[in-house]
Design a protein around this ligand. Sequence first.
Ligand code: NAD
Ligand code: TYD
Length: 337
Amino acid sequence: MRLLVTGGAGFIGANFIHYWLKHHSKDEIVNLDKLTYAGNLENLRSVEKHPNYKFMKGDICDGGDVAIAMHGVDIVVHFAAESHVDRSILGPAVFVMSNVVGTQTLLDAAVEIGVKRFHHISTDEVYGTLELGSKDTFNENTCYDPRSPYSASKAASDHLVRAYHVTFGLPITITNCSNNFGPYQFPEKLIPLAITNLLEEEKIPIYGEGNQVRDWLYVEDHCRAIDLVLRKGKVGETYCVGAQHEEMTNVQVAKKIVKLLGKDESSIEHVKDRPGHDVRYAMDSAKIRKELGWKPKYDFDTWLEKTVEWYKKDTLWWKHVKSGEYQEYYKEQYEDR
Ligand code: NAD
Ligand code: TYD
């Protein structure tokens, strides 16, 4: 089997490549990645010489790059995207280009060569926001209501993927997952930003009151969910993937990280809120749990501890990532907040 993984040099894509080569070592993987600020070949250092792994630098919006990468491919696993809400507020255009036009370019090529499966990675953010304190959850039948340029571009890409299934008969599956965390996550997202800031004796910037709620999913649990959908999922179907650990606010998550790193709560700082900040996400993963037997391996605290340990050990990885472009972004995003 030959897989085309798009965005494999990013956080989830790289974890997925490690996972796949470990569990399906006979399969071939082509990783197509543009290496934007978020793409980092250091994430794949230990597999770069694997005989069944090949990296191709290219843009999913470029039909020529995509045609080369797609050659002989059986399964497409599509991660490549601009993925950070705050950056989509600073500059939406690239989100429409990579997330919408890029997905459509891949879909055209997938139809052309007749792939056996096109699996699209999406997000719970396409469903909008839930009321704080309610018991409501998102599921596969929830109406789309995206509220940021990021989630709007992901919603558009989901619609295209489904449209290509209906119109052209492309065998697709989609997973809409909740917030991932784990090794190799770019430190613009809350958990790695909090950990690495504390390791550098900086504070954790919490937007507004910090009472927002996310459904935190460890990246390896997510990779296992994608594996199950690829092997046992039904073509044309969508699966919601969220860990559904006990609900925690952003401040509670920050406090856990503070404790694990032996700091005190004065290292949490409240800053100006994000415009259009979604208040609460909660996934109902009953479908993938019942139909495919998926569940998270450990609880949130265990996975968070492992994650903190990884960032403590791999300081070179994040120190390198936090230099250069990151400094400019951090200044623009957090100065005067
Ligand atoms: P990431 O930002 O860490 O990585 C994205 C990767 O895509 C990078 O390697 C980047 O170089 C590549 N890329 C971007 N534009 C490209 C283009 N035009 N052509 C080729 N490559 C390009 O993202 P991530 O956190 O690993 O997210 C992966 C996918 O999962 C995305 O589709 C995202 O929307 C989705 N998702 C992420 C989360 C999360 O918590 N991180 C949650 C739900 C869904
Ligand atoms: P993030 O990791 O950016 O993911 P998303 O916005 O896709 O859910 O943010 C997770 C939560 O943490 C979200 O409610 C915004 C909040 N947050 C902060 O309070 N401070 C920060 O510096 C960041 C990056 C996020």
